[in-house]
Write a protein of this length. Structure first.
Length: 396
């Protein structure tokens, strides 16, 4: 009998497809976006679908609908909306209406009493506070920052809720390219386990020299593909850019004209006038490949990556139907969890060791390009941040 899972914030079912390939059977899914719901119905018409706000759902209702008892579910998974935690946004965290979805997800997941609860999210969750205190109200003469005002306060709340419910928690940031996905995409995967030891970290399967490439991923695609036309400036300057290059290869006198106000902005601005390389994984797929600062252009052709190429880079089958307009298709695919990473996660849950091993940190075999992203490292950092806040407030 297959292990049984329930999925929330299911999107185009990327996470669920990977888990299915590993041996899980998804019994029910939940999604609020109408187009994503249509995608689910097109591809999995018999799957129980809760098409609406998950805050209207309860564990009791789901178990009743599925005629199951507490503990009959093996796995509950979800990737709550990440905008509240993204380093690119305002980061209102759990105070954000979308962030509060995390708390309801945890409440329902715990109520279902599964063996495992998996929460997938962006790197920003590692450092997002719950509440933001203005900088003029910090430091000497002010009260120490409360734990939920510190970087990582939101994740600390999540961990506490799960641990109080009897789960052991482990998490780490993983780059999908290290698991055979032809895309650089880093996601935080938190695993809560009802056993007496936490689930070990996923161990990468591919070294840097073994990463998948864009060229291999899109080999054999039919010529006619679906995409949104490039913007006028992109059409003008992209012919001067080669595979794997961006605005920096433009003649110096042209760079300022091409970038406009962005020319004076800080940072590397690597996404401006960017073409994907043939011989390496693609950059992280975004929800629109034609935005000026995050352009994902074909290595040779004068167009952005196509919907079909998005599916290949995320691991979806070519015949997977994605509903809606081209814009809506890009959004669903760009938000999806790479199927290869999800499949590895599923295999790890069903077959992997349970001891809490250390993260591999050799140069050729790493989980992510960032440091302090495992729960062991993060817990030390968070405790140190609490202590530093106290010292700053009471120092002379």
């Amino acid at each position: 009998m297959s292990a049984r899972s329930i999925s929330f914030f299911s999107g185009a079912l990327g996470l669920d497809l990977g888990l299915e390939q590993a041996g899980f059977k998804c019994l029910a899914a939940n999604e609020i976006d109408p187009r994503a719901c249509e995608t689910i119905r097109l591809n999995r018409p018999k799957l129980k679908l809760y098409d609406g706000d998950m805050r209207q759902l309860s564990a009791e209702q789901i178990l009743s609908d599925l005629r199951l008892s507490y503990g009959d579910i093996d796995l509950v998974v979800g990737g709550p909306p990440c905008q509240a935690f993204s380093t690119a946004g305002k980061r209102r965290s759990l105070d954000d209406n979308r962030g509060n979805l995390v708390l309801h997800f945890l409440n329902v997941a715990i109520g279902l009493s599964p063996q495992w609860i998996v929460l997938e999210n962006v790197r920003g969750l590692l450092s997002a506070p719950i509440r933001h205190r203005p900088h003029i109200e910090r430091g000497r003469g002010h009260a120490p920052l409360a734990p939920d005002e510190l970087p990582g306060g939101a994740l600390a709340r999540v961990v506490t809720i799960l641990e109080d419910a009897g789960y052991l928690v482990s998490f780490c940031l993983y780059d999908a390219a290290n698991f055979g996905v032809p895309q650089r995409r880093e996601r935080l995967i938190l695993i809560a386990n009802r056993d007496d030891v936490p689930v070990s970290y996923l161990q990468p399967t591919h070294t840097i020299d073994e990463w998948g490439t864009f060229q291999a991923a899109v080999k054999g695609l039919r010529r006619k593909q679906e995409f949104i036309p490039l913007r006028d400036a992109q059409l003008k300057y992209l012919p001067l850019v080669g595979p794997g290059e961006n605005w920096r290869v433009l003649p110096p006198r042209v760079q300022k004209i091409a970038l406009g106000k962005a020319y004076l902005a800080g940072g590397g601005r690597v996404g401006f006038f960017r073409r994907v390389a043939w011989d390496s994984p693609s950059p992280t797929l975004v929800t629109s490949p034609t935005m000026p600062a995050t352009l994902l252009a074909h290595p040779r052709e004068l167009r952005p990556l196509s919907v079909e190429e998005y599916k290949r880079l995320q691991g979806f089958p070519d015949d997977w139907e994605v509903a809606g307009s081209t814009t809506q298709k890009y959004r669903q695919l760009g938000n999806a969890v790479p199927i290869g990473l999800a499949k590895h996660l599923g295999h790890h849950l069903l077959n992997g060791p349970k001891e809490h091993t250390r993260v591999v940190t050799t140069r050729q075999l790493v989980t992510s390009r960032y440091s302090f992203t495992s729960d062991r490292e993060w817990r030390v950092q968070y405790a140190s941040a609490i202590e530093r806040s106290r010292e700053l407030c009471f120092s002379d």
